[in-house]
Ligand binder design. Structure first.
Ligand code: VGL
Ligand code: ZN
Length: 243
């Protein structure tokens, strides 16, 4: 092994894995250190809805640009769960529900500080529909959240009071799914809160950064990454995956 550099070693490792019965692509991916999704992994596709994409009422910059990548990543996952932000008309998170308040201001609610948003993702409206280019026919579950008039829910696991479950933890546990990979909108709100709650519920969590886009209101994007990394969320790129 004196003159065997790392690349040659990895090539050697790959051929050993082929000999050991792994497929050529799986072995090559493993040799490059890429993550190959398995039977206990789930992809959580967060809020890729019309309201959050350009032209929508709470449009995330470049929110539509992630969609082809999200579709491609989803094809590599056996298990996919989608989420939809799904508010009542006059929802408590809407600035329009608080006379004198403007979008992006905050108020105090019994469960903590609430950012006020433009009206968005009202149940049954086209703004709440998944973006038409989302093409993941094998997705197994759609979790709707934020449907209680007086409580917001960024997270796919717990509402903003931090204790009312959406049911996703139980669903994932019942199905033996252990690692949660996250993509979607917005990085610093629904993706981050979902990733943090995934960790709290005992799952591994991976955020695929280039398949997300953020709102970045008042430094929220940097803070979200700090919180996620601090909680053990893994920050990866789609190139780290075998897709
Ligand atoms: C979201 C703000 C308000 C999100 C939802 O999907 O990140 N952000 N509601
Ligand atoms: Zn919302």
């Amino acid at each position: 092994m004196m003159d065997c550099n790392r690349r040659d070693f990895l090539k050697g490792a790959a051929s050993m894995m082929v000999l050991a019965g792994m497929s050529g692509t799986a072995a090559a991916a493993a040799a490059q250190g890429k993550i190959k999704s398995g039977g206990d992994d789930v992809l959580l596709v967060v809020d890729v809805q019309n309201c959050f994409t350009p032209g929508g009422s709470l449009a995330v910059k470049e929110g539509d640009q992630i969609i082809p990548l999200v579709n491609r990543i989803a094809r590599a996952f056996q298990h996919v769960v989608l989420t939809q932000d799904w508010h009542t008309p006059g929802h408590i998170s809407f600035a329009s529900s608080h006379p004198g308040k403007k979008p992006f201001e905050t108020i105090q609610l019994p469960y903590g500080t609430q950012v006020l948003w433009p009206d968005h993702c009202v149940q049954g409206t086209s703004g709440a529909d998944l973006h038409k280019d989302v093409n993941i026919p094998h997705a197994q579950l759609i979790i709707r959240k934020g449907y209680r008039q007086h409580v917001d829910s960024y997270s796919a696991f717990y509402e903003a009071d931090g204790k009312t479950p959406t049911g996703l933890t139980g669903y994932l546990r019942d199905r033996g799914l252990k690692q949660v990979f996250l993509v979607g909108l917005a990085t610093d709100f629904c993706v981050a809160w979902s990733a943090l709650d995934a960790r709290k519920a005992g799952f591994s969590a991976y955020v695929i950064e280039d398949a997300t886009r953020g709102i970045d209101a008042g430094g929220s994007l940097g803070k979200a990454w700090q919180d996620m990394v601090g909680a053990g969320v893994k920050r990866i790129k789609s190139a780290d995956l075998e897709i």
